[in-house]
Design a protein. Structure first.
Length: 158
């Protein structure tokens, strides 16, 4: 297990190349971007979904921003299934969510604790810390997963 995790961290740079992208359809804007890196150097991704403005319409008014995050505790695998379903539902059945997508920018953070997932921790990060207990006051060095997520959340709420 430890050897497998070691190989994963050593090869992470290859796997993370060109992972930021944007897709626009007639109706949706979909963007994936790395918003932070974990202590182990793994990217923490954020997926943004919203309705595109219609041609000829005025610029977007200020939309509310809604964050949905998962896998703060690595062993909570059901979070990945739920996140996958939310993403699939919003992108494939967007007509049902027209008002939500028109009025909101939805930010999905599917895995906040990638190090914990890779090394098989149940509740803790690579630093051995339960990130849920650090939510109110994260440290940029010891809890970059939370620190930069919260910083990003603050910027989008202004």
């Amino acid at each position: 297990m430890i050897e497998k995790a070691h190989q994963y961290f050593e090869n992470k740079e290859q796997d993370q190349a060109n992972q930021n992208f944007e897709i626009t359809t007639k109706y949706l804007l979909y963007r994936q971007e790395a918003i932070a890196q974990s202590i182990g150097g793994l990217n923490i991704y954020q997926i943004t979904i919203t309705k595109r403005r219609e041609a000829g319409s005025l610029k977007h008014r200020r939309k509310s921003c809604m964050y949905i995050q998962a896998r703060l505790h690595a062993a909570e695998t059901h979070g990945s299934f739920i996140m996958s379903h939310i993403l699939k539902e919003l992108s494939q059945n967007y007509e049902k969510y027209d008002q939500i997508l028109h009025n909101n920018i939805i930010k999905l953070v599917p895995m906040i604790n990638p190090d914990g997932v890779v090394i098989g921790n149940s509740r803790s990060s690579l630093a051995g810390v339960d990130l849920n207990r650090r939510w109110s006051n994260p440290n940029a060095t010891m809890h970059p997963e939370l620190y930069f997520l919260k910083k990003n959340m603050k910027v989008t709420s202004q």
